[in-house]
Design a binder for this molecule. Sequence first.
Ligand code: UDP
Length: 456
Amino acid sequence: MGRQPHVLVIPLPLQGHVAPLMKLSHKIVDHGIKVTFVNTEFIHAKVTASMAVKGEEKNPIRLVSIPDGLEPGDDRNDALKLTQSMLKVMSVHLKDLIEKINQSNDDDQISCIIADTTVGWALEVAEKMGIKRAALFPAGPGTLAFQLRITKFIEDGIIDIKGNPIINNLIWLSKEIPAWSSTELPWSCPGDSKMQNVLFEYCTFRVNHFKLCNWLLCNSFYELDPPACDLIPGIIPVGPLLLGNQLGSHAGSFWPQDSTCLTWLDKQPVGSVIYVAFGSLTTFSQQQFDELALGLELISQPFLWVVRSDITDGPLAEFLHVFRTRINDRGMIVEWVPQEKVLDHPSIACFLSHCGWNSTLEGISMGVPFLCWPYFADQFHNKSYICDAWKIGLGLIPDENGFITRHEIKTKIETLLSNYVIKTNALKLKEMAKKSVTEVGSSFNNFESFIEQIKH
Ligand code: UDP
């Protein structure tokens, strides 16, 4: 009998990257394949701590960690510093880890590496060690198709070599795919040029690393975006990657999930609650944060609002205390929720979202209409898909100062909730998403075929 397959999975140390790779890992483990999941030490500590709070220390996936090269007290929100440090040290640590695993037991050899496309250096390590490799693109196929054309955009004088737009025009990949505004490219970071440069580097790096992988997986399903998938040679959509209701499984949450919100949701009328959440990275100015709160106060519906402690620089505790007394039981504010479960709850009416790719797919999978408030990078274009291509949501429109007013929030929520066509479209897309992962579905078959190939 040959050796048992053993897959090593490695994400970028960000929530929106750890989560889909962890969900993919659960699917692989369900096929009887051993998975070792490699986080940075910093993220490993967060994930295991949040698992401990939920009493989920036992995980079918083996969680291990390697250093990111920074000191314990260093600021990991400094993307440039973290990226440079990771590039400097992590390949060596990963290679050492694989050698250690391979030496410890002859039946335990790493047979395949699945790396986030943003950690392409891990694919290089795998290639040098003669290990098979897959890459998972954690955003949508439209974004990937766009990134794969960066060189062409530079040659055509559409962007410069740093990713800055040269011509202030819409950029089209095809007439079936929504256009990109030149100020809203997959690496755009309004007001933060340093971060924008880091993101552009990631996007261009990826293009080279794609050539190193044997399989290119994507967290989407073909039917969601055939025109973009058709532009990407070799793409294997295996999504939506969801945790579902599997017992004991954990999506690698960085914060403990507050499940009391589910009991609160049970008490709300069906289809009544506005779910408000902006993922793991979005931040607001104090003024914009206050205005959002006032917008939620103006509406008459119940709302569930995820407020991470770092969502704004301002003094949060005092503000929230006063706000909670004003809204009474009509709204619930929590630091982090089990988002899939929340979106799947019958009380949810719509999702006020930053349109991160994971949130977008989770909302689609649960048939929830969107109110879009993108913050950076691919989120702008995800919003275009939501509003213009799939027609399952509306976008909030900033005023001439880039500010979203309480009245805009109130009016758009009311318009969204009275729009029957959007609700129907959202439910249709939910059915398509569901079908793609059932036995006759495209993602199901793509995934089964991938599993068969990595077993041999
Ligand atoms: N999420 C969660 N609880 C929350 C808010 C978000 O579990 O209270 C999860 C969400 O389900 C998604 C991830 O965090 O899987 C956020 O990823 P996304 O791509 O939407 O946004 P990012 O954090 O990368 O901006």
